[in-house]
Design a protein around this ligand. Structure first.
Ligand SMILES: *Cc1c(COP(=O)(O)O)cnc(C)c1O
Length: 529
């Protein structure tokens, strides 16, 4: 039934040619399969007996109709409505969101569109099961298949990054990237031990220890003492010399590589040397680039790091989740395997999200395919095409280009900022985010925007399309510049009020841009349910 309503939505907003290939219930239904689907979807409640019938027959649920049994035990006659029937309000919101995803240019560097197969696993009965502990060592019964799934997922995780199971282990239970990082800190640090990560305003992540002069913002900076390293503002590259000097003075127990808004690769050999000189662990948080690492289109952090963490939903294209890879041999006298596994459970988490682990296993199988490697290569070549067109149009990019999946545009030379540009682009169905750039004074009005290529590459965009993206963004920036000139008041709130008011004089130009952006984007299919 779910697949059936999914079909209706797909049919309404996507290319028929693509829909046909990807709607699995049509297979095996024979002639008139489609009308069967329609008929089935008009059956209101889905009774328990139907579900059991599906299990017994082993066929896809939508292809089976089992009549109700003549006798029912007391309490067995529940009804299991589908989403449209049981909650039209939520169904409508999901449909609206899907339509938004389909129509807009998705350029947020941390986002992607996961596959139908991953979504099927995530939307499965795996969500019902409690399985605290690790495979073979669970706190509840009934876990034989959950064990099989998690072991498969672990094996595929090691394979996806070409790791030797004798040297590396993995925990696939972290609920997301930030929890994965905190689990590592809990495993190898004592409260108030020292850590160093890339500063948030220079491209790092909150969970690497962000704090301001007034406030310890991230929990990481509350429980540990964090000192950031930064970029060399003249080059936009990590200032490894400064990191070396300050690490020698600060003597951190952990140095963290990895970023959320850094267009270049990390110098792992250099960071290893610095970590060794001060007796620190070296961890790489490859959340943004794990897909690129898996396809070997960027440097391999596993050659130099003790621990590697990642999210699973960014360039890797899996479900929302996290993973922690650790060396099996003791590092600095610590058995990372038991320390990390214990930090995940019982240290910080309870039951694993088995539906996510199911989706992750599907994603990691795909990561070994030639198509995945080709996709990651395209993510990088598309990003380069975007970068060079933006530079042709006169934009200044942090570090002067990109080696990975994102560019950081410094808008300050134009006399405009990321917040205002983000707003106008958003109104034109171009989704990206304002981002601080090195040298920014205010975190509230950052001077740049971050643009990522993974999501639109998933939808089939090539280099030509990414040149068009640069042109669309350029139009939006021109509109923003004019709007800023005609607004009275210099505050960001004045601008926001002005452009959303009914008499915003440039609204026709914004709507015209939006119309052309959507006409362009909707030529490409959107994967997933
Ligand atoms: C996205 C990201 C995270 C956190 O991921 P969540 O799943 O949002 O918690 C951690 N580290 C880096 C470098 C990231 O980019």
């Amino acid at each position: 039934m779910q697949a059936c309503s999914g079909f209706a939505v797909m049919g309404s907003i996507q290319q028929p040619v693509w829909t046909k290939e990807s709607v699995f219930p049509l297979k095996g239904l024979g002639v008139g399969g489609c009308s069967n689907l329609v008929k089935f979807s008009s059956v209101k409640p889905c009774r328990s007996s139907q579900l059991e019938g599906n299990l017994v027959s082993g066929r896809p649920p939508t292809s089976v109709f089992v009549p109700e049994p003549k006798t029912e035990g007391a309490g067995s006659s529940f009804v299991d409505y589908n989403l449209s029937e049981s909650d039209p309000e939520v169904r409508t919101i999901i449909d609206k969101e899907k339509n938004r995803q389909f129509r807009s240019l998705e350029l947020i560097a941390s986002e992607n569109f996961t596959s139908r197969a991953v979504m099927e696993a995530v939307g499965s009965c795996l969500t019902n099961k409690y399985s605290e502990g690790l495979p073979g060592k669970r706190y509840y019964g009934g876990n034989e298949f959950i064990d099989e799934l998690e072991v498969l997922c672990q094996k595929r995780a090691l394979a996806a990054f070409s790791l030797d199971a004798k040297k590396w282990g993995v925990n696939v239970q972290p609920l997301s990237g930030s929890p994965a990082n905190f689990e590592v800190y809990t495993a190898i640090l004592n409260p108030h031990d020292r850590i160093m990560g890339l500063d948030l305003p220079h491209g790092g992540h909150l969970s690497h220890g962000f704090m301001t002069p007034k406030r310890r913002v991230s929990g990481t900076s509350i429980y540990f003492e964090s000192m950031p390293y930064r970029l060399d503002e003249s080059t936009g590259l990590v200032d490894y010399d400064m990191l070396e000097k300050t690490a020698t003075l600060f003597r951190p127990k952990l140095i963290i590589a990895g970023a959320s808004a850094y267009p270049r690769d990390f110098d792992y050999p250099r960071m290893r040397k610095i970590a060794d000189a001060v007796g620190a662990f070296l961890m790489m948080d490859m959340a943004h680039i794990s897909g690129l690492v898996s396809a070997a289109v960027v440097a391999n952090p596993f050659d130099y790091c003790d621990i590697v963490t990642t999210t699973t939903h960014k360039s890797l294209r899996g479900p929302r989740g996290g993973m922690i890879f650790f060396r099996k041999d003791p590092v600095l006298g610590v058995d990372l395997e038991s320390a990390i596994n214990n930090a995940v459970f019982p240290g910080l988490q309870g039951g694993p999200h088995n539906h996510t682990i199911g989706g992750l296993a599907v994603c990691l199988k795909n990561a070994k395919s030639p198509e995945f490697k080709a996709y990651q290569n395209k993510v990088v070549s598309n990003c380069r095409a975007l970068a060079s067109r933006l530079m042709e149009l006169g934009y200044k990019l942090v570090s002067g280009g990109s080696d990975n999946h994102l560019v950081l545009v410094d808008l300050r030379p134009l006399g405009i900022d990321g917040a205002r540009v983000e707003k106008i682009l958003d109104m034109a169905s171009i989704t990206l985010n304002k981002n601080s750039v090195p040298g920014d004074k205010s975190a509230l009005v950052p001077g740049g925007i971050r643009i990522g290529s993974p999501a639109m590459t998933t939808r089939g965009f090539g280099e030509d399309e990414f040149v068009s993206i640069a042109n669309f963004i350029h139009e939006g920036v021109q509109i923003t510049l004019e709007a800023k000139k005609s607004v009275s008041g210099s505050k960001i709130q004045d601008f926001m009020k002005f452009v959303t008011s009914p008499d915003f004089p440039l609204i026709d130009r914004v709507l015209d841009l939006q119309r052309r952006v959507e006409a362009f984007t909707t030529r490409f299919p959107l994967p997933g349910l």
